[in-house]
Design a protein around this ligand. Structure first.
Ligand code: ARG
Length: 704
C-alpha cells in the first residue's frame, strides 16, 4: 500500500480509509482543505527544486542542507566560509536574503480534465491537439487568476490523459537562518550519497518574509516574518519499527509507466553516456578544487549537483539490471497486447499504442546521442552555456523593430547574470573542461551531426582541442567579467558575432535547434501519443488497481511505515542510526568523514539534552518505505497526528531504479530524525532561540 505519490485533492476518495487503518489520526480534510487551514498550508515548493515546511508561527522553514547548498555557497568565500563553518543568524536582522529563491504555497487545486479534453476533437493531429490544449489551458489559467496576485498553472497527468489546475501564492523574500557545517549537513559526502545506513544531518533553516500586509513582496527591509496559515508541531516522540509515516512534498519527476523500450534506451545509451561525460567533468573540476580553496568554494555547488546525478545514473542502471526491470516491463506489455487483441473495440483504441512507442525509441538513438552531448558536454562547458545566454541580445540587435526599452532590459538582466556567473567562475578550470568535453563530443557523435564549428577546429587547429580552447579563452570577452561588462556598456552586434565563444555556442545550438530537434520532434510526438494511449489502455485493463500519476513537481502525499530492510542475502539494515555511527565513520583525514571538534566534545559528554531516545542513544537518521523522489528533498515526515518526526533527504542504493519501477520490499526513503535536527540547532550551534519558536510535542509517557 506504500507505493504511490498521491494528489492531496484525491486523498479523501482514494486513500483516507487505508491511511486511517495504517495509523493516520487525521481526516482527509485536515490534510487538504480549501476552506480551513490544513497540513498542506505548511508545505512549500522551495525554488521549484526542493520542498520545505513551515515549523513556527514566524515563518521559519525547514529543508535539507543540500537544498540550501547553493544559497550557503553563494554567501561563502575563503574569508567567510559558511560551507565549512556553518551559518547561524543570531537575530532576525542577521538572516541572509537569497536572490531568485522562492517559497510557493498551494492555495488550491482543481481537476480540469473535462474542460481541457473538451477542446480535443476526433482526428486532430498531435500538433493540433497540443495547440487546442494550450489555448484552453491559457483561458482556464487566466480565469482562475482573475486580478489576484496568485500564480496559476495547469499540468497534465497520466501522460496527457488528465489535467489539473494549481493556484499558488509565491513568496520571494526567503532568508537563510541557519545551516550546520558540511561536516554535519553533508557528512559522508558523495561516498555515502544515495546510501543507507546514513549519518548526515542534512537540514538547514530559512525564513519566509511578507510585506507588512502579509502579501508576497520582493526583499525589503520593512518586510516581516510570514504569519503562516499552519505550522507543523514538532514531535520528540521518536519512531519505532512499523510506525505510520507520511511524506508531503513536491516530487520532481518519475517515469513509472516507462515501457521496456525506454528502459532499454536508458540502459544502452542515456545512462552510460551521461555517466561517461560526467566522470570526465568531475575529474577535471576536482583536480582544481583540491588545489585551491577559492576554486573549491566557487565550484562546490556545481560539483555537488553533477556528482549527485552521476551517481544516480550509475545506480539506476545497476538497479534496473539487478531487479530485472526490463523483463517485468516486457511481461506487462505482452499482457497488454493480448488484452488489446481480444476485442475489435480495444484494437481500434489501443492497438497502435506500443508500436508507436517502440518505433519512436528505435528511431531516436541518433538524435538522443546528439542531445546528450549538447546537454552534458557543450552546456557542461560554462563559457558555452554563458555565451549562449547572449543569443537573445543578438536577436534583439539584429531586428530593426526592437525598441530601446527591450534592449535596455535585456542588458540589465545580462549584467546581473554576468556578475553572478563570474562570482563562481574560474576560467582556467573551464578552459580544461572545454578542451576535454568538446573533444569527447567530437569523437563520440557521428560527423553528420557535428556542429559546423568542429570543421573549423579541424581546419584551423588541425583538430587540436587544446589549441582551440586556448585561443577561445585568449580572445573571447566571455572569459573575463570586465570585458563582458564593457561590451554590455555599448553592445555591438558585430562584436558579439565575432566573439569565438559566442560563435561556438551559436554553432552548437543552431545545429541542434535547426537540425537535430526538428528530426527529434515528430519522433517525440509519436512517443507522447503512444504513451498516452498505453496508459489510458492500461487503466482500462486493470480496473481495480488504484493508479497514481507520475511525479511532475506538483504537491503529493505518500504514506507508509518506518522499517528495516534486507539489502542482500543474509543482511538486515536497521531502521535507524545514531551518533555512535557518526563516530564509527569518523576520519579527520578525509574531508567527507571529518567530525567537527564541537561534536566530538558533545559526544564525549553524551550531552544529548532532551533529544536522546528511550535507550539513551542520540538518533541521527531513520528510514521509511514512503514513495519519494528528487524534489521531495526537504519534505516533512509526519506521524499519524501530522506532527513532524523527520525530514526526507535521500533514497537507497539497492532501489535506485525506483523512479522507473517502485520496489516495495527494497525501496526506502532516508530521513534525518527531527531530534538530531533539534540537537544540532540547540546543543551544537547554540541557537536554542530557534527551537523556542517551534511548537514542541513531548513524548507521550504511556507509550514510552
Ligand atoms: N541524493 C540526494 C538527492 O538527490 C542528495 C544528497 C546530497 N548529498 C550529497 N552528499 N551530495 O536527493
Amino acid at each position: 500500500a506504500n507505493e504511490g505519490m498521491w494528489l492531496p485533492l484525491l486523498v479523501k476518495r482514494l486513500n483516507e480509509a487505508d491511511m486511517q487503518k495504517m495509523g493516520l489520526q487525521l481526516t482527509a480534510e485536515e490534510i487538504y482543505s480549501v476552506n480551513q487551514s490544513s497540513l498542506k498550508d505548511a508545505i512549500v515548493s522551495l525554488g521549484g527544486f526542493c520542498t520545505a515546511e513551515v515549523i513556527s508561527s514566524q515563518g521559519l522553514l525547514l529543508t535539507n542542507h543540500h537544498c540550501a547548498y547553493g544559497a550557503i555557497q553563494t554567501h561563502s568565500s575563503v574569508e567567510q566560509d559558511y560551507l565549512s563553518d556553518g551559518f547561524w543568524a543570531k537575530t532576525k536582522a542577521d538572516e541572509l536574503p537569497n536572490k531568485g529563491l522562492y517559497a510557493r504555497f498551494l492555495v488550491r487545486m482543481e481537476d480540469v480534465s473535462q474542460q481541457v479534453l473538451a477542446a480535443v476533437k476526433e482526428g486532430m493531429s498531435e500538433e493540433e491537439r497540443a495547440a487546442a490544449i494550450a489555448a484552453v489551458t491559457k483561458t482556464l489559467s487566466e480565469q482562475a487568476k482573475g486580478n489576484s496576485h496568485y500564480d496559476v498553472v495547469v499540468r497534465d497527468f497520466f501522460h496527457g490523459n488528465e489535467f489539473y489546475l494549481f493556484v499558488y501564492e509565491t513568496f520571494t523574500d526567503v532568508r537563510l537562518v541557519g545551516a550546520p557545517p558540511e561536516s554535519i549537513g553533508k557528512y559522508g559526502g558523495d561516498t555515502d550519497n544515495w546510501m543507507w545506513p546514513r549519518h548526515t544531518g542534512d537540514f538547514a533553516l530559512f525564513r519566509v518574509y511578507s510585506a507588512p500586509d502579509g502579501k508576497p513582496a520582493p526583499y525589503a527591509a520593512e518586510n516581516v516574518p510570514l504569519k503562516p496559515k499552519h505550522h507543523l508541531p514538532v514531535s520528540l516522540q521518536g519512531v519505532q519499527e512499523g510506525d505510520f509515516a507520511m511524506v508531503f512534498g513536491y516530487p520532481g519527476s518519475t517515469d513509472r509507466y516507462l515501457t521496456s523500450y525506454g528502459v532499454k534506451q536508458a540502459l544502452e545509451q542515456t545512462n552510460p553516456t551521461r555517466v561517461k561525460i560526467r566522470d570526465l567533468r568531475l575529474k577535471l573540476l576536482k583536480e582544481d578544487m583540491d588545489k585551491n580553496k577559492d576554486v573549491r568554494i566557487k565550484y562546490a555547488s556545481k560539483y555537488a549537483s553533477v556528482a549527485n546525478y552521476w551517481k544516480y545514473f550509475i545506480g539506476q542502471s545497476k538497479g534496473l539490471e539487478n531487479l530485472d526491470v526490463l523483463s517485468k516491463k516486457e511481461t506487462l506489455e505482452q499482457e497488454f497486447t493480448t488484452w488489446v487483441n481480444a476485442s475489435e473495440d480495444r484494437k481500434k483504441q489501443w492497438a497502435e499504442a506500443l508500436p508507436l512507442v517502440q518505433q519512436s525509441y528505435e528511431q531516436s538513438y541518433e538524435a538522443n546521442l546528439s542531445y546528450l552531448y549538447l546537454a552534458e558536454a557543450a552546456l557542461g562547458t560554462e563559457i558555452i552555456r554563458f555565451a549562449n545566454t547572449f543569443r537573445s541580445l543578438e536577436t534583439a540587435l539584429m531586428s530593426t523593430e526592437t525598441d530601446q526599452a527591450r534592449i535596455a532590459s535585456l542588458i540589465a538582466s545580462l549584467q546581473e547574470r554576468t556578475s553572478s556567473h563570474f562570482k563562481d567562475y574560474n576560467a582556467p578550470t573551464d578552459r580544461k573542461v572545454m578542451e576535454h568535453l568538446l573533444r569527447l563530443y567530437y569523437q563520440d557523435v557521428p560527423k553528420k551531426d557535428h556542429p559546423e564549428i568542429f570543421q573549423q577546429v579541424e581546419k584551423k587547429y588541425k583538430g587540436n582541442f587544446v589549441k582551440w580552447a586556448a585561443d577561445v579563452f585568449a580572445k573571447s570577452m566571455f572569459a573575463s567579467e570586465a570585458a563582458t561588462l564593457a561590451f554590455l556598456q555599448k553592445p555591438e552586434l558585430k562584436k558579439l558575432q565575432a566573439d569565438p565563444a559566442f560563435a561556438a555556442a551559436s554553432s552548437i545550438i543552431n545545429k541542434y535547434n535547426k537540425e537535430i530537434y526538428p528530426r527529434m520532434q515528430p519522433i517525440q510526438a509519436q512517443r507522447e501519443k503512444g504513451n498516452r494511449l498505453f496508459v489510458q489502455g492500461l487503466r482500462q485493463m486493470q480496473p481495480d488497481r488504484k493508479f497514481y500519476p507520475n511525479a511532475n513537481s506538483t504537491m503529493r502525499l505518500t504514506y507508509g511505515t518506518v522499517g528495516s530492510y534486507a539489502p542482500r542475502d543474509g543482511v538486515i539494515y536497521s531502521y535507524y542510526t545514531t551518533m555512535e555511527g557518526v563516530m564509527q565513520k569518523k576520519d579527520n583525514s578525509d574531508p567527507e568523514f571529518a567530525v567537527p571538534p564541537k561534536l566530538d566534545e558533545l559526544y564525549a559528554r553524551k550531552d544529548w539534552g532532551p533529544y536522546a531516545n528511550s535507550q539513551g542513544e542520540l538518533p541521527v537518521a531513520f528510514i521509511t518505505n514512503n514513495d519519494i523522489t528528487g524534489g521531495n528533498s526537504g519534505s516533512p515526515v509526519l506521524d499519524g497526528k501530522g506532527h513532524l518526526i523527520g525530514v526526507a533527504f535521500d533514497g537507497n542504493w539497492e532501489a535506485m531504479s525506483g523512479d522507473i519501477a517502485f520496489e516495495p520490499q527494497l525501496q526506502r526513503c532516508i530521513n534525518v530524525d527531527i531530534r538530531y535536527v533539534l540537537f544540532i540547532i540547540d546543543k551544537f550551534a547554540g541557537a536554542g532561540h530557534l527551537v523556542e519558536e517551534m511548537t514542541l510535542v513531548y513524548p507521550d509517557k504511556d507509550q514510552q
